[in-house]
Design a protein around this ligand. Structure first.
Ligand code: HEC
Ligand code: HEC
Ligand code: HEC
Length: 193
């Protein structure tokens, strides 16, 4: 940055501090109450986020989710030889490291599910399933499977993944187009008619 640029930015930050100090002096009590409320809300939201993000909670709180929960437990993401469980929120919500996007989506989906649970009609698994397949973005899968091409996969997988990564927008190249059943093992005897 040039000396002139630095002087300008220092002047601006001094102005911002003075402005903030002015607000605190003028609306001291209101500002403090607002700040305490904001911190308290943040602490409460963070404390609630943990328990309400557990797969046991998502799968057992409402009977509509029971099949989803049981089929997840049988899937390679609910149980695998590594003992690592990929939770419901990992696939059904934007990643947790995008905190505000994750929180907004969680609040929206939670409220929608709650309203449908109370006021909605019969839960149509097939209809919801189709909608979910259309909406789960490959980005969510790639958040964990970020080194697909370095795996010692067979040539069919390698070819498919090369295409999937180079033209992700094509519908046939979306991860769930080929891996529809990775989150829920629906072929099990338990769920076959
Ligand atoms: C690896 C990613 C992944 C994980 C983890 C996952 N899902 Fe899914 N889920 C999917 C996909 C893909 C579909 C659509 C295809 C299907 O239904 O199998 C789906 C469909 C659903 C549906 C709609 C169909 C139905 O059975 O009602 C619900 C509800 C659901 N998931 C809830 C959950 C819950 C609850 C958990 C955790 C206990 C969970 N999912 C874990 C990927 C995932
Ligand atoms: C939070 C991390 C995470 C997310 C998100 C995730 N996976 Fe996985 N996935 C895993 C782990 C861990 C395993 C089990 C270990 C392994 O086989 O590599 C696995 C296994 C798999 C397998 C091998 C299954 C088998 O039969 O062995 C496929 C295919 C797969 N995931 C695809 C997907 C797709 C598609 C999505 C998105 C809908 C997804 N994963 C989302 C972590 C994740
Ligand atoms: C056009 C079909 C197709 C698409 C799209 C696709 N895959 Fe695959 N994938 C395969 C095939 C075929 C295999 C090898 C057989 C199997 O395990 O099902 C495979 C295997 C895998 C495996 C097991 C490990 C391995 O590499 O063999 C993972 C993990 C996986 N895919 C993740 C993904 C993710 C994440 C995406 C989205 C970026 C994706 N796949 C998109 C066809 C596809």
């Amino acid at each position: 940055m040039t000396i002139l640029g630095r002087m300008k930015s220092e002047k601006l930050s001094r102005k911002a501090v003075r402005c903030l100090w002015g607000i605190i002096r003028r609306h001291g009590r209101g500002f403090l109450v607002g700040l305490i409320c904001a911190v308290a809300a943040f602490v409460v939201i963070n404390a609630m986020l943990g328990p309400t993000s557990k797969s046991e909670f998502c799968g057992a709180a409402c009977h509509e989710m029971n099949t989803a929960y049981k089929t997840w437990e049988l899937s390679p993401h609910g149980a695998n030889k590594f003992g690592f469980r990929v939770e419901c929120v990992d696939c059904h919500l934007p990643p947790k490291d995008k905190f505000f996007t994750h929180l907004a989506a969680k609040s929206y989906e939670g409220a929608k599910d709650g309203i449908k649970h109370v006021f909605g009609g019969e839960y149509d698994v097939e209809k919801i399933r189709t909608r979910v397949v259309e909406h789960i973005s490959s980005e969510r899968c790639l958040h964990c499977h970020d080194s697909l091409l370095t795996k010692p996969s067979g040539s069919a997988a390698r070819k498919a993944h090369l295409a999937s990564l180079s033209r992700p927008e094509t519908p046939e190249n979306r991860c769930v187009h080929c891996h529809e059943h990775v989150g829920h093992e629906r072929h099990s005897k338990l769920f076959s008619p």
